[in-house]
Design a protein around this ligand. Structure first.
Ligand code: HEC
Ligand code: HEC
Length: 233
């Protein structure tokens, strides 16, 4: 009995040690002591900065998107805030990525936290990781995760319900990706795919437009997004 308990004891200790290792390990992720930097790290994933600029802004996604590792030193707080609010990039050429205009969607405090994160040198932040995408459960399942991963949900809302304010645009809101009107206008896979790939610029910032994802979202991810959108009400 004693022996069993001791064995159980050491097993528990082992589990504890493993848990501790996993906790500290987490792929070498740190836990910034500044909550603004930590929040910035999470927002960097939520607003799809990581989808275009790579995790920790290290690049590697597209040659048209710069790394961000040095921007904290080369750009001022005002410049960084303005880039996040107004976007940047090739707005006329749909073949090239066009950084989204996040201004109408993102709050001042969120912009401040993102800037704090960039200035801190984009450290790894524990649990600030894009949600996993199941690739072996059908296109629509993958598409649902990609809808979050590419930040579509921030602008088009959960389940594509829309309603996110875009006050200076003609429609005053970012359109829904569900409902009869959407389905009537976007009645083929090609139309939806083309819209996601090439975007649609409806005005200058601070109006937010549909960003160009040209060269960023691979074809099978585009197909998965379309499959997901077709499951919506
Ligand atoms: C759809 C892709 C895309 C997304 C999403 C995106 N960016 Fe960008 N970003 C770009 C492109 C493209 C450029 C380069 C534009 C240019 O130089 O013409 C850029 C440039 C920048 C720059 C200026 C870099 C420099 O060296 O001048 C900063 C800072 C930046 N992005 C931050 C962010 C942050 C923060 C987010 C998330 C809130 C974000 N980006 C999301 C595509 C993207
Ligand atoms: C920064 C905000 C923003 C993000 C992020 C965004 N969109 Fe959009 N999207 C828009 C706006 C604004 C329009 C309206 C464009 C227009 O009226 O021509 C739009 C239009 C669309 C349309 C056509 C709907 C219509 O009725 O015109 C589709 C489809 C679409 N987006 C899909 C997506 C998908 C999929 C993603 C993620 C990969 C995404 N969007 C990310 C802002 C955004």
């Amino acid at each position: 009995m004693r022996r069993t308990l001791a064995a159980v004891g050491s097993f528990v200790t082992l589990l504890g040690a493993l848990a501790l290792l996993a906790g500290c390990g987490g792929g070498g992720a740190t836990n910034p002591s500044d909550p603004h930097v930590a929040m910035g790290g999470h927002l960097f994933v939520q607003f799809a900065c990581a989808s275009c600029h790579g995790m920790q802004g290290k690049g590697g996604v597209s040659t048209d998107v710069p790394t961000l590792t040095d921007v904290g030193k080369t750009l001022t707080v005002a410049q960084l805030s303005s880039i996040i609010n107004h976007g940047l990039g090739e707005s006329a050429n749909p073949q090239k990525p066009y950084m989204p205009v996040w201004g109408p969607v993102i709050s001042t405090s969120q912009v401040d936290d993102l800037v704090a994160y960039l200035q801190a040198g984009l450290p790894k932040v524990r649990d600030a990781t894009p949600i996993p995408v199941a690739r072996d459960q059908g296109a629509a399942v993958a598409g649902a995760a990609l809808y979050v991963r590419y930040g579509c949900i921030n602008c088009h809302g959960p389940s594509g319900l829309g309603g996110v304010p875009n006050p200076l645009s003609e429609d005053k809101t970012i359109p829904s990706l569900s409902g009869q009107d959407f389905r009537q206008e976007f009645n083929t896979d090609e139309k939806i795919t083309e819209m996601i790939r090439s975007g649609s610029v409806i005005g200058k910032p601070p109006i937010t437009s549909m960003p160009h994802w040209g060269g960023i979202i691979p074809d099978d991810d585009l197909a998965a997004l379309v499959a997901y959108l077709k499951t919506l009400k």
